[in-house]
Design a binder for this molecule. Structure first.
Ligand SMILES: NC(=O)c1ccc[n+]([C@@H]2O[C@H](COP(=O)([O-])OP(=O)(O)OC[C@H]3O[C@@H](n4cnc5c(N)ncnc54)[C@H](O)[C@@H]3O)[C@@H](O)[C@H]2O)c1
Length: 301
């Protein structure tokens, strides 16, 4: 008995990188997989890899940010495998620039794939799950979204991408609150792995090479190290809802989100002078913003 026996899993952007390793592990854990990617050759190649492992998979080359394309993707799961149990929203792109150089096209392209794309695929999947629930045939459904350390801790050069990924963390929490009644649990990962997306980022590969040299650990940036979490979240084993998990090779944690900090309350409104008196003390007592290692961040000066 494997964690995903008999389940049908749709993975967006699975023609390479993290999505490819997700497809391979879901298949090894017993799932039938729809491998989606606008990179058709990549999607077909991953389908062949799944079949070579003895698994079942089908390719979808639809653009998930296109409403009808996302509908065809979910339809492919229903038509080919007769249902849908897990949606992994993984597709993504980068358009990194310092904000002063960022164009509105850089902004829109990133929002389109991450936010609109995740919305479109999720909306079609949830329509199916809601219908199933109303018909008295509720699925043990799971959504796994892909946020990023950039979204929950911030990262210089990624104002567009970080804003989209923070949006996906909030989207995950709200889906968690709304969809459990249809049998759907929603969680997200904030991964770090060496893929075609990250190999060009300054210092990223160098840090991993240093880690490999120091520890002898083979390929510490490999996405294969992080996908067990995604399979767990996409399986009935996971009874968790509305959470974001940091994950990289050898490390997983439950990210703790925004929470109300030191407060000043009174009946009635505030004046500017009053806030000028009170806020510096509250700010001094508030927990600092931290990076992905939990270390306080510097905001200039
Ligand atoms: N690699 C990391 O360290 C890292 C860190 C944080 C978050 N992520 C996120 O993980 C996910 C996977 O990234 P990756 O590192 O494997 O990158 P990748 O570039 O290897 O994979 C992303 C895939 O998404 C596909 N894609 C892009 N737009 C699409 C669309 N509209 N419809 C369908 N497919 C589309 C691409 O063709 C590509 O194959 C992304 O959401 C990324 O933002 C990655």
């Amino acid at each position: 008995m494997s964690s995903c026996d008999g389940r049908v899993v749709v993975i967006t952007g699975a023609g390479g990188g993290i999505g490819r390793d997700e497809a391979l592990l879901f298949a090894q854990e017993g799932a039938r997989v729809v491998v989606n990617d606008v990179n058709a050759a990549g999607a077909e190649a991953v389908v062949e890899e799944v079949r070579a492992l003895g698994g079942e998979a089908v390719a979808s080359t639809d653009d998930i940010s296109d409403w009808d394309g996302a509908g065809r993707l979910i339809g492919t799961a229903l038509d080919t495998f007769g249902g849908l149990d897990t949606l992994v929203n993984n597709a993504g792109i980068l358009r990194d620039r310092m904000f002063v150089n960022m164009s509105v096209d850089d902004w829109d392209a990133v929002m389109k794939v991450h936010l609109r794309g995740t919305f479109c695929a999720t909306k079609h999947a949830v329509s199916y799950w809601r219908d199933q629930s109303k018909a008295g045939d509720q699925r043990v459904a799971r959504i796994v979204n892909t946020s990023s350390p950039s979204g929950i801790y911030g990262n210089v050069g990624q104002a567009n991408y970080g804003a989209a990924k923070a949006g996906l963390a909030a989207f995950t929490q709200i889906l968690g609150e709304e969809l459990w009644r249809y049998g759907v649990l929603s969680n997200a990962i904030a991964p770090s792995a060496l893929t075609s997306m990250t190999e060009g980022l300054t210092g990223y590969k160098e840090r991993l090479d240093e880690l490999e040299a120091r520890t002898g650990w083979k390929n510490p940036g490999g996405p294969e190290h992080i996908v067990a979490l995604v399979v767990w979240l996409g399986s009935p084993l996971a009874q968790v809802n509305g959470r974001v998990f940091d994950v990289r090779a050898g490390h997983v944690d439950v990210a703790e989100g925004w929470r109300p900090g030191p407060a000043y309350t009174k009946e009635g409104g505030f004046t500017v002078a009053e806030l000028d008196d009170v806020l510096p003390g509250l700010i001094a007592r508030a927990a600092p913003q931290v990076n992905a290692a939990g270390e306080p961040k510097s905001y200039g000066g």
